[in-house]
Design a binder for this molecule. Structure first.
Ligand SMILES: Nc1ncnc2c1ncn2[C@@H]1O[C@H](COP(=O)(O)OP(=O)(O)O)[C@@H](O)[C@H]1O
Ligand SMILES: [Mg+2]
Length: 256
């Protein structure tokens, strides 16, 4: 089966820092891929390249077998790539419905009077359907999302990805700031994304989440792919030691 996204020879340099040094990676529909690595390993740089925030120094990206240049976040979105960044997932002083439609508000021409009311009602109905389908509960459809818990915000961000028929959803540390029940909800939403055929890249430092939710694991070490593993054949201990040490052979470092 053709991967949704094929990454080949990806390099990204920031001045003297080689953040990515030749990463090859396939991302498949219906699969949760765990992306792991110590701080500075290149995880954020990799997903920012896929989501159109950074331009790669070298390398190719193929999306559904077509070579693409993901030159901006809107190009990424048009390819079906939705990224849920940990902090920037939602606009705090808008309600959940407005957040669901950011940049894609339903159009009824100039938003005045009755038209505006109709538009807001349509967006709210849409959100309600979406939340029901995913079994997500929020305090109020009209409350600004800065009054929501971290888990509720994360759930709205995931709902948005599903609402807009994302084909790849990237979750960066989605459970980091959440209570235990909220973490469980995000894990189950993640599996639901995969069961709908969506590809998911899941970044986390939580090894138990990795074992619970991913199908495959890629570990980055100093901008390189240190290991690629099937989750079911992997142990917690193995993951931790690969994150700490990478998979370098003893004399590799001497060669630079
Ligand atoms: N915008 C940037 N400018 C300069 N250096 C950066 C920038 N973003 C990341 N880096 C550097 O690139 C390397 C990889 O960082 P990053 O991708 O954030 O790693 P991770 O997300 O795995 O912690 C680090 O050395 C980091 O300092
Ligand atoms: Mg990071």
């Amino acid at each position: 089966m053709t991967p949704f996204l094929e990454i080949r020879g990806l390099y990204k340099r920031f001045g003297s820092v080689q953040a990515l040094a030749g990463v090859d990676l396939d991302i498949h529909n219906g699969e949760v891929l765990g992306l792991l690595g110590d701080n500075g390993a290149g995880k954020s740089t990799l997903i920012k390249t896929i989501s159109g925030v950074h331009k790669p120094t070298a390398g190719t990206l193929r999306c559904e077998a077509r070579e693409v240049a993901i030159s901006s976040p809107s190009v990424a979105r048009s390819l079906g790539i939705e990224t849920v960044f940990q902090d920037l997932a939602l606009i705090p002083n808008l309600d959940a419905a407005a957040n669901l439609f950011i940049g894609r508000e339903l159009s009824y021409g100039p938003f005045k009077g009755l038209l505006r009311v109709m538009r807001d009602k349509a967006m709210e109905d849409d959100l309600r359907r979406c939340l029901e389908r995913l079994d997500i509960h929020i305090p109020s459809l009209r409350m600004h999302v800065d009054g929501f818990s971290g888990g509720q915000r994360q759930a709205i961000a995931i709902a948005r990805a599903i609402r807009w028929k994302a084909k790849l959803v990237i979750l960066d540390e989605p459970t980091a700031a959440l209570s235990v029940p909220e973490q469980r909800k995000v894990l189950s939403l993640t599996r639901q994304l995969a069961s709908e055929g969506i590809a998911v890249i899941y970044i986390t430092h939580n090894i138990l989440d990795v074992l619970a939710v991913t199908d495959r694991i890629v570990i980055l070490h100093r901008g390189r792919k240190a290991a690629e593993l099937r989750t079911k054949d992997t142990t917690e201990h193995q993951i931790v030691s690969l994150i700490m040490g990478g998979a370098r052979k003893p004399n590799e470092e001497l060669k630079g």
